[in-house]
Design a binder for this molecule. Structure first.
Ligand SMILES: [Zn+2]
Length: 153
C-alpha cells in the first residue's frame, strides 16, 4: 500500500494546526492504524512545529516608529485630499478659457473666416462640420482632462 485516501485530509489538519485536538475522531482513529497517515502526522507535524518555532520573534517595530509612519501617512493623505479639488477646478477653468479663446479666435480672426468662406464655396458645410467637431472635441476632452487630473494620484 503506497497511497491512502485520507492522506490529504490528515496533512491539511496537521498544517492548519488542527491535529489532533480539533480533528474528526474517525480520521484520528484511521491515522492510528494506517502506516501512511501516521507517517504524514509524524513528518508534517515535525516540519510544522519547526516552522512555527523559527518564526522571527523580534520583528515588531517600536512604538515611536509606528507613530512616525502613521504621522507621515496622515500628512501625505491630507495633502492629497487638499490638492484634488484644486486640480479639478483648474482643469475646468482651463477648459472654459480654451473654449472662450477658440470662440473669440473664430469670430475675430480674418484668415480663419477667409478659410471658412473658401471652404464654404466648395459646397460642403464646413462651418457645420467645424462646429460639430469643436463641440465633440470639447465634450470628449473636458471629461478626459478631468479624469486625468483626478486619477493622477
Ligand atoms: Zn491513511
Amino acid at each position: 500500500m503506497v497511497e491512502c485516501e485520507f492522506e490529504a485530509d490528515v496533512l491539511t489538519a496537521v498544517l492548519q494546526s488542527r491535529w489532533p485536538e480539533r480533528t474528526d475522531g474517525s480520521l484520528r482513529a484511521h491515522a492510528a492504524t494506517c502506516p501512511i497517515c501516521s507517517d504524514v502526522v509524524a513528518v508534517a507535524g515535525a516540519i510544522h512545529c519547526e516552522a512555527e518555532q523559527t518564526l522571527p520573534a523580534g520583528n515588531i517595530p517600536d512604538a515611536g516608529r509606528v507613530w512616525w509612519v502613521a504621522q507621515m501617512r496622515a500628512r501625505r493623505e491630507a495633502a492629497k485630499t487638499a490638492g484634488r479639488p484644486i486640480t479639478a477646478v483648474q482643469v475646468l477653468a482651463f477648459s472654459a478659457a480654451m473654449g472662450l479663446l477658440g470662440a473669440c479666435f473664430g469670430a475675430t480672426s480674418e484668415w480663419f473666416q477667409t478659410v471658412v468662406r473658401l471652404a464654404g464655396s466648395i459646397d460642403v458645410h464646413w462651418q457645420t462640420v467645424g462646429l460639430f467637431g469643436g463641440v465633440a472635441a470639447l465634450v470628449i476632452l473636458i471629461p478626459f482632462a478631468l479624469v486625468m487630473a483626478i486619477g493622477r494620484d
